[in-house]
Design a protein around this ligand. Structure first.
Ligand code: SAH
Ligand code: SF4
Ligand code: F3S
Length: 489
């Protein structure tokens, strides 16, 4: 039996949530059991993010809290994992009053047990931050808490080198896991009772395994687990093609939801960002999606106030947002990141007050668009995966539609993990509110003819009582590769 305990706080994107599960699996084999109580741990990690300055600030603030604990419990090994570890490397060991014993980057997690032992034996701090061209942890089955939604990293790294982005430096070159092992993992997850799987990669359209591309992978997963939902994120507009929309159309259990980051609507800014597409090309993809999959929901990422962005550039971004009418958008002020090309070569010349003004402007506009789109949902019917109790009101359930919209409905006659039919009665810009319209007694519920009725969702209830709301926070987020989340294992 494992007697030593490991505690991990996870920051950043879903990729980090998935990596934490890999780390727990590696440490499980070395005799560590996960704990959610920091004070009880023998080993404590933060799995960190470096995407924007405030992501790193969060970790620095949290380390101040850990300082007192280290004083009380000096034998506890404390470490930083993930993108900030890779970004700042040994600078981390020299800071924060020597409370950090280990700094380990995303491609070095197999070494963790040995590094922890060495640190314990010698009292010296350890660092492992080499990036690999081949590591995918393909053979490691992640240590997952019970739940209804699971993430699978299908590829690691990114070769796009957008000039603002730190990810190619923190995660290294692109490499894909094998299709066979991913499809196998989907089947195992179904057996464990998971009801939704999100395939993850910074740029899933670059997935490649012996000639099989991402559409082939998506089809293989959809076929492997026809009774559960498959989502994916993130697509890069440059590589998005019709084969992918055709594949999404061909399988009822692939969610009709596409996250397609725009970043800016100005060709001049897109060029400075090295996004490798123009506004025209981006719009041609949107048109193709809307034509071939009119029911698809679209979301995006926008950066405002990138180097040299003028009001005219900003207005162009707003124009595209108005034209596309995204269901949702993640919007950020540009944050210069050391090591990136923009940091080294382009002045961060839009003042913070102006960045914030532009940000508020697009947030307000997007909220109105989302409000309008959600108003149009009133009267519609959706298959919703019941995720758990609503945080705001214990007497209500929350769940998501195929299109990734949050739906709240009265907590009667349903179980977590069920797919249920809900009719939408009212809405606001962020949420739909509805009522159950299917009958509990029926063993199965098929989706509407619009969903082509090919898939029968099993109604077998799945209870996730052992997973707390907090632990679950990673999957509360919409499937997009971005929000700063933190979750504790
Ligand atoms: N691989 C995904 C995005 C990963 S990062 C893609 O290319 O779409 C998630 C989002 O964070 C990005 O889409 C971008 O909008 C934002 N982001 C990345 N670097 C940033 C920076 N330096 N400042 C502000 N936002 C940034
Ligand atoms: Fe890669 Fe996305 Fe970062 Fe661009 S924004 S470098 S595609 S992770
Ligand atoms: Fe890394 Fe994800 Fe943040 S890849 S930098 S943890 S957004």
């Amino acid at each position: 039996m494992n007697t030593k305990k490991v505690y991990i706080e996870t920051y950043g994107c879903q990729m980090n949530v998935a990596d934490t599960e890999v780390v727990l699996s590696v440490l499980d084999k070395a005799g560590y059991t996960p704990t959610t109580i920091l004070d009880d741990a023998d080993l404590a990690f933060m799995n960190t993010c470096a995407i924007r300055e405030n992501a790193e600030e969060k970790v620095w603030n949290r380390l101040n809290h850990w300082k007192g604990l280290k004083r009380r419990k000096p034998e506890m090994v404390m470490g930083l994992l993930g993108c900030m570890a890779e970004h700042l490397r040994k600078d981390l060991l020299q800071s924060k009053d020597n409370i950090i014993d280990l700094v380990v980057g995303p491609d070095e997690y197999r070494k963790l047990p040995a590094l922890v032992e060495a640190t314990r034996d010698s009292g010296e701090s350890g660092i492992a931050v080499k990036l690999s061209r081949t590591e995918t942890y393909d053979d490691i089955l992640p240590f997952r808490a019970e739940g209804i939604s699971a993430f699978i990293s299908v590829m690691r790294g990114c070769d796009k080198f957008c000039t603002f982005c730190v990810v190619p430096f923190t995660r290294g070159r692109e490499r894909s896991r094998t299709l066979a092992s991913i499809a196998d993992e989907c089947m195992q997850l179904e057996q464990q009772g998971f009801k939704e799987i999100t395939l993850l990669g910074q740029n899933v359209n670059s997935y490649l395994d012996e000639g099989k591309d991402f559409s082939d992978l998506l089809a293989a997963c959809a076929k492997a687990v026809p009774n559960i939902r498959i989502r994916y994120t993130t697509s890069h507009p440059q590589d998005f093609d019709q084969k992918l929309t055709d594949t999404m159309q061909n399988y009822a259990n692939i969610c009709k939801y596409i996250h397609l980051p725009l970043q800016s609507g100005s060709d001049r800014i897109l060029k400075l960002m090295n996004r490798t597409y123009t506004r025209k090309h981006y719009m041609s993809i949107i048109e193709m999606i809307k034509k071939s999959m009119p029911e698809a929901a679209l979301s995006t990422d926008i950066i405002v106030g990138f180097c040299s962005e003028t009001l005219e550039d900003h207005l162009q971004t707003m124009e595209v947002m108005r034209e596309v009418e995204y269901e949702g958008a993640y919007m950020f002020n540009y944050s210069p990141r050391p090591n990136t090309k923009a940091f080294d070569t382009l002045p961060d010349d839009v003042p913070l007050v102006e960045k914030t003004r532009r940000l508020n402007q697009i947030i307000n506009m997007q909220n109105k668009i989302a409000e309008q789109k959600n108003l149009m949902e009133i009267g519609s019917e959706h298959t919703v995966l019941v995720e758990g109790r609503s945080k705001k009101n214990e007497s209500e359930w929350k769940g998501r539609t195929d299109s990734n919209k949050m739906v709240i409905f009265p907590r009667i006659d349903a179980e977590v993990g069920e797919y249920r039919r809900v009719k939408i009665l009212r809405s606001n810009s962020a949420t739909l509110f509805g009522e159950l319209i299917d009958v509990k007694e029926s063993k199965h519920i098929s989706r509407t003819s619009q969903d082509r009725g090919e898939v029968i969702y099993d109604l077998t209830p799945l209870v996730i009582s052992s997973v707390s709301e907090h632990e679950h926070s990673g999957v509360d987020q919409p499937a997009a590769m971005l929000p700063i989340i933190s979750s504790v294992f």
